[in-house]
Design a binder for this molecule. Structure first.
Ligand SMILES: [Zn+2]
Length: 308
């Protein structure tokens, strides 16, 4: 039914219970896609967990050892802001495997979406802000290792700056990173991305879209990636509990369409990941994430210069 594959695993659920991070959202997105007839069961692929050697291309051996043996310090767990469990680690390795698979399918089909991932606050040696390991960086490093790509671009529209992405790829000319975010928000320390777009509080659809377009133009002028990883946070939404911007659900769909339009016109395959979303009503977060899939579907149906 869809012109590309959706990557999903029931193990994506971090089982956080009453946490502000609605980790059941992955299942709810899948259910909505099926219930609304947007996707059929045949459109979904289940990922394998990432291999440890894939994770170790991004993360330090010491950190991975702590994650796998449950030996993080209380301070390290506090910084994660999610409770540690063996299930959490399983979910994170699955999400990383999902982003690797999304990258591969994007190269094959032009488009793919991981109904998960986008854990852009994870650093090589620690996790923070609900992000344990950096699935997008792990996927990019794996695709580079396989010789499937040389250059990647990360476009991150989560309301929070992609500090982990910036830290991992800083000084690496093969990976171009663009983050558009609310400047007066987490993370406190924002290592520089290739392009950082620092937005003031309360910005709405029209201003946001105009600023994003200007910088996408520059990004694609300056850099020709082999693949685009899109970190499609739902939290620039005006009713987000952890965000301070004022985009509407329709504005967020237009944001996605804008990113996809630039990728399509430049012949760049797109791998989507979801990232954050903390709307007062979880159904809004689901609608925003489903809107990203619909925007990709519409873009994928337009004939493009991309030739697999
Ligand atoms: Zn966020």
């Amino acid at each position: 039914m869809l012109p590309f594959k959706l990557i999903y695993h029931e193990g994506y659920d971090l089982n956080l219970g009453a946490h502000v991070f609605p980790s059941q959202k992955y299942r709810l997105i899948r259910d909505r896609l099926l219930a609304d007839g947007i996707a059929g069961p045949e459109d979904f692929l289940a990922p394998e967990p990432a291999a440890d050697e894939d994770v170790l291309r991004v993360h330090s051996r010491e950190y991975v050892h702590k994650l796998k043996t449950g030996s993080l310090s209380p301070a390290e767990i506090l910084q994660l802001e999610v409770p540690y469990s063996a299930k959490l680690i399983e979910a994170c390795w699955l999400a990383a495997g999902g982003s690797i698979l999304a990258g591969r399918r994007a190269l094959q089909d032009g488009w793919a979406a991981n109904i998960g991932g986008g854990f852009h606050h994870a650093y090589p040696d620690h996790g923070e802000g609900f992000c344990v390991i950096h699935d997008v960086a792990i996927a990019i490093r794996r695709l580079q290792f396989d010789g499937a790509i040389e250059r990647a671009m990360v476009v991150d529209t989560d309301v929070h700056q992609g500090n982990g992405t910036a830290a991992i790829f800083g000084g690496d000319e093969t990976v171009f990173t663009l983050s558009i975010h609310q400047v007066h928000n987490y993370p406190h320390s924002k290592p520089p991305s290739t392009i950082d777009i620092d937005l003031p509080d309360g910005i709405g659809d029209a201003d946001y879209l105009a600023i994003l377009e200007k910088h996408l133009h520059r990004a694609f002028h300056d850099f020709a990636p082999d693949v685009l990883f899109y970190v499609a946070g739902a939290d620039p939404y005006r009713e987000d509990q952890l965000g301070g911007l004022a985009l509407t659900i329709d504005g967020l769909a237009r944001r996605d369409a804008l990113v996809f339009d630039y990728a399509r016109r430049n012949g760049v395959p797109v791998a989507i990941t979801l990232a954050g979303g903390y709307a007062r009503h979880v159904t809004d977060t689901i609608s925003i994430h489903v809107g990203t899939i619909l925007a990709a579907r519409d873009a994928a149906r337009i004939p493009s210069t991309f030739a697999p």
